[in-house]
Design a protein around this ligand. Structure first.
Ligand SMILES: C[S@@+](CC[C@H](N)C(=O)[O-])C[C@H]1O[C@@H](n2cnc3c(N)ncnc32)[C@H](O)[C@@H]1O
Length: 335
């Protein structure tokens, strides 16, 4: 059974095959129209692999060009604090010191990648961050189909600010997905007085990552009617017997994936495949990642057989993602 047929059967066990055929036909037609409309937008459009398009463009400018009600789902890992990917701080990244980036202590002699520390954000940085996410949320709301979901990664220090912007823009909050992941954030003793305060930790060692889950309000009276009209309004189950869950155990991104895409915030394929798959309840439509980075969302979408488009502002990362996507898509086929 094709994924869409299986998903329709799972959503509406009582519906007749004829009806499924009609819904399938209309949703695939909508997907083809959406694909045609988005694939020509943006500068420097590339096609890293079948069913994936990538533009070297600013997400907000790109969204201004997108026709209304077109994108079926958004899955993204944005610049959490904004400044970490701006020229001033980004240029300090490879040195691993200065600005927002810091080098975590080496463990067992193994050097770790730099991580941004969001405690350095000033009030002005936070205001600017809020304005950025407000502008993004308004545009995302317009571009999504009614009932379309948006999943957005954040950090416990900033998620309150970021997530509020989506509710203010008109999204419904549908929960949070907790990625259980052991990171090297927090857990330190007071700097310069580690011996004196052996039993003190300044902040808890971070073991989770919040992903906000939002939905554009339905246009139809029920979820079922919205699914039939737009193919959106709900999430895809893991299987007919197993719903999608809001806590997902995850490991840090493996070295084999980092070797393919040397991006400082690369997310692991195993986790991305699970969340991207869930965003299209019937497995039909176009997924958008506004902040592509190394391409983990687009690669995961390609892996689960979805059409996907992304924007990345940094030209070097756009080139990197373009090369990495086909290889990330094929890695760990058992997952
Ligand atoms: C956290 S990273 C994404 C990492 C990605 N999820 C991965 O797994 O590689 C955020 C990315 O957004 C890009 N970015 C920042 N502002 C942007 C904007 N206005 N439009 C498009 N991309 C932007 C940055 O250059 C950075 O590569």
């Amino acid at each position: 059974m094709a994924p869409l047929d299986a998903a329709l059967a799972a959503t509406e066990p009582a519906a007749k095959p004829l009806r499924h055929d009609t819904i399938r036909h209309s949703l695939l037609g909508r997907e083809a129209e959406a694909w045609e409309a988005v694939r020509s937008l943006g500068k420097f459009i590339r096609r890293p692999c079948d069913g994936v398009m990538l533009a070297n463009a600013d997400a907000l400018e790109w969204l201004d060009e997108v026709p209304e009600d077109l994108i079926s789902g958004i899955v993204t890992d944005p610049p959490y604090g904004l400044i970490e990917y701006e020229d001033k701080d980004h240029s300090k990244l490879r040195e691993g010191r200065g600005g927002v980036w810091r080098m975590p202590p080496a463990i067992g002699g193994v050097e770790r990648s730099p991580v941004p520390r969001f405690t350095v954000l000033t009030d002005a940085d936070r205001k600017r961050l809020e304005r950025f996410f407000q502008a993004f949320a308004e545009r995302a709301l317009r571009a999504l189909t009614p009932g379309g979901h948006l999943m957005i990664a954040s950090n416990p220090l900033l998620s309150t600010t970021t997530f509020a912007c989506f509710e203010q823009a008109g999204f419904e909050k549908r929960g949070e997905i907790i990625r259980l992941v052991q990171t090297l954030r927090g857990g330190d003793r007071p700097k310069g007085a580690e011996g004196e305060f052996k039993e003190v930790t300044v902040m808890p060692r971070s073991c989770w990552e919040p992903w906000g889950l939002f939905r554009k309000p339905l246009s139809e009276k029920t979820v079922a009617a919205n699914l039939r009209r737009w193919g959106t309004g709900a999430l895809r189950r893991i299987s007919p017997a197993e719903p999608f869950r809001d806590v997902i155990e995850s490991a840090p991104t493996r070295a084999s994936e980092r070797e393919i895409a040397d991006h400082p915030s690369l997310k692991p394929q195993k986790f991305m495949r699970q969340v991207v798959r869930a965003v299209l309840p019937l497995g039909v439509g176009v997924v958008y990642d506004p902040f592509v980075g190394g391409g983990s969302t687009l690669a995961a979408a390609a892996r689960v057989g979805y059409k996907a488009i992304g924007t990345e502002l940094n030209a070097d990362y756009a080139v990197l993602a373009c090369r990495a996507i086909p290889r990330l898509r094929s890695i760990h086929p058992e997952e």
